[in-house]
Design a protein around this ligand. Sequence first.
Ligand code: ADP
Ligand code: MG
Length: 692
Amino acid sequence: MCPKPVKTKARGFDPSEFGCNVFGLKTMRNYLPEHAYNSLTSTIVRGEPIDPVIADEVAEAMRTWAVERGVTHFTHWFLPLTGTTAGKHEAFLSPDGQGGAISQFSGRELIQGEPDASNFPNGGLRATFEARGYTAWDPTSPAFIMETAEVAILYVPTIFCGHNSEALDKKTPLLRSQRALETQLKRMARLFGIDDSGHAYATLGAEQEYFLVDLKMVGLRPDLKVTGRTLFGRTSPRQQQMEDHYFGHVKPRVLAFMDEVDQTLWRLGIPAKMRHNEAAPSQFEVAPVFEEQNLAVDHNMLTMLVLQEVAARHGFLCLLHEKPFAGINGSGKHNNWSPTGPDGRNWLRPGKTPHENAVFLAMLTAIVSGVDKFAHLLRATIATAGNDHRLGSHEAPPAIISVYLGEQLTDIFSQIMHGGARSSRSGGTIRPGIPTVPTLPRDTTDRNRTSPLAFTGNKFELRAVGSFQSCAGPNVAFNALVTWGIDELCTALEARIAEGVAFDAALQSVLSTFIREHKRILFDGDNYSEAWRQKAAKRGLPNAATTPEALEALIQPEVIELFARYDILSERELRARHGIYLDIYRKSVLIEAECALNMVRTLIVPAGLAYAENLRRAADTPPISRLRDRVDQLNDRLLIAAEQLETAIAACAPEEALTIMAEARRAADELEGLVPAAAWPLPSYAEMLLLV
Ligand code: ADP
Ligand code: MG
C-alpha cells in the first residue's frame, strides 16, 4: 500500500486568481458600462485613440474596483531615462469643503498627470524654469494594484514627456517604434496578398537572470550595498567548474522565495512560467510566457521590482547587476522577439505552405539586413557600465553583434543568394513552380549559446541585454531596424514588380541582393573565440568595447536618419539620450570608484597593515620575511592606487578610474589570500556564493 502523501503547507494557486490585481479586460467588463467597455477595448486591442468622453467612466470604475481592494492612492507609473521606474502617490481622498472628505478619481486625473520633472534626466530638452513634465495614460498596458502586507496602490502605466511632447522616458519611443513597425508589417502584408486589416505587432518574452545573497553578508560588503557588485573579492576555489548549479536542485530557502515571486507575479497578471538555478552558484532565472511587447516590457520592469521586494522579505538581496562577481557568469536578459502579422500569424514561424515560407524568408531577410545596417545601434542600446563587465567575458555574448541562423537556414540563404533555394538540407521537398521557397521543417535550429543574437525556431533571441536594463531600449532599436529592413525590402520588391517582373522572380532577386549585401553579419561559429574577433574585424563589423564608444552610434547620421524617418525620436531627443546615457555611465563608474577608494583605505589596507605588523613581531625566518615583503608590497600598491583613484575621481575620469580599480583589485585579492581569514574585513566569495 502506498504511504499516505506527506502533508505540506504548500499554498497552491487558484488559476482564477491570475491577474486579480489587474484592471484588465475581464475586470473592465464587470465594472464598465457596455459602451465604455467597447470603446476602451477598441483602444486596447486595435490601438485606436482613446475617447476622452469615456475617461470619467473608466476612472470611476477603476477607483471603485481599487477601493474594494483596499487601495487609497493611485500613481502614474512611468519609465524615466534613469532606466528604473517612477511615480508619486496621490490619494483618492479630497476634502469635500464641509469638513469631511470624499473619494474620487476623475477622467482627467487618469489621463494626464503633471509631475515636476526637474529631477529626472532630460538631457537639456527642458530648462528647469519649465520643469513641468506630463504623464499620459497608456491604455494598452492595464492598470494594476501593487500590494505589500499593509498597503495597496493603484498603478496607472503612463508615458512621460515634456511640454512639447519631447520624450523623457523609455515607453514613448517604444510605442512610436511599434506604430512604425505595424505600418511596415501591413505594407508587407498587402504586397504578399495578406489581409492587412488586423493588428500587427511584436511580441517579447524576457528571461530574467539574477543572484541572491544573504542580507547578513550584504551588511558587511559596502560594495554590494552601494554598487550592486563586488569591487573586490578573491575567487573561491569552488565556483561553477563542477557545472552542478545549472538546473540543479533548488534549495528550500530559495524555493520559498521563488514561490512567493511567482504568486505575486501571477496576481499581477504576469505569466511567470519557468524558474531554475542558473550556471553560477547563487544565480537563478525567471522567465515568463511571451506577450505583446509593450506589456512585456512593463511586466519585466515589474518582475525586477517584485524580485527585489520579495527577496528582502526572505532575508536576501536580489542582485540584478550584470556582473556582481568576477570570474563567474554574469547576468543577462534574453530578449525573445517575434513579429505577429495582421493575419495573427508569427511571421518568423516557417509555415506549412510555400506562400507562408515566402513571408518567413522575406521577414528573416529584412531582419538580417536591418541588424547588419544598424548593428552599432543595437550595441549602443545594451551599453551600460554594468554590461561592460559582462559582454565578452566569461560565457557572455561578445560586444560584436552577429546573427546566428543555424545550419539549415544559412544553407537556404546561400542557395537564395546563388539563384534560388531548391532544396532544404533536412530533406524538405520543393514545391514545383515556386523556386524561391522550399518547404521548411519547423524548429530545426540547433542552439549556439555563444551568439549574441540567435534565431531560435520562431523568434530572435537577443542575449546581450544586461540583466538590470529596461528591455525598452533594445526593443526600440530592434523594432526600428526591422521596420527599416521591411521598408527597404518592400520598396525594392515594388520597384521590380512595377518593372513587370513576376512576384516570385522579383522576390527571389530582391532576397538574393539583400542577402549578398548583408551576409557579413551572419556567423554560426564560436563567438567567444579570438578567431571570430579577427574575422569580424576583416568583415568590418563594429566592435565597441566600452559604453562611451558604443553610445557614439546614437549620434551617427544614419541612426539619426533612421529614427527621424519613422518618427521614433527626433535628432534632439536622440542627442539628449546620448548625453544622458553617457552621464549615467560616468556617474555609475565614479560612484564605484569612490566606494573602492573608501574600502581600500578604511577596510583593506588597515587589515593588510595590521597583518604586516604582526609579521614583524614573528620570528625572522626567510619564509616569514618573504611573506612580510609580499604583504608590504601589496599594501604599498593599494595605497598608491588609492592616491591615483582620488585624482581620477577629482578629474571625473571614469576610464582611468576603471583601470586603477582593476589594479587595486588585483592587489587586494592577492592580499586576501595572505591575511588570516578571521582578520579579513569582508565576507569571502565562498561565504557569499555558496551559502544559499
Ligand atoms: P529557449 O529554449 O530558446 O530559451 P523557450 O521556449 O524556453 O525557448 O522560451 C524562452 C522565452 O522565449 C520564453 O519567455 C518564451 O515565452 C519566449 N518566447 C517563445 N516564443 C516566443 C515568440 N514567438 N515571441 C517572443 N517570445 C517567445
Ligand atoms: Mg533562452
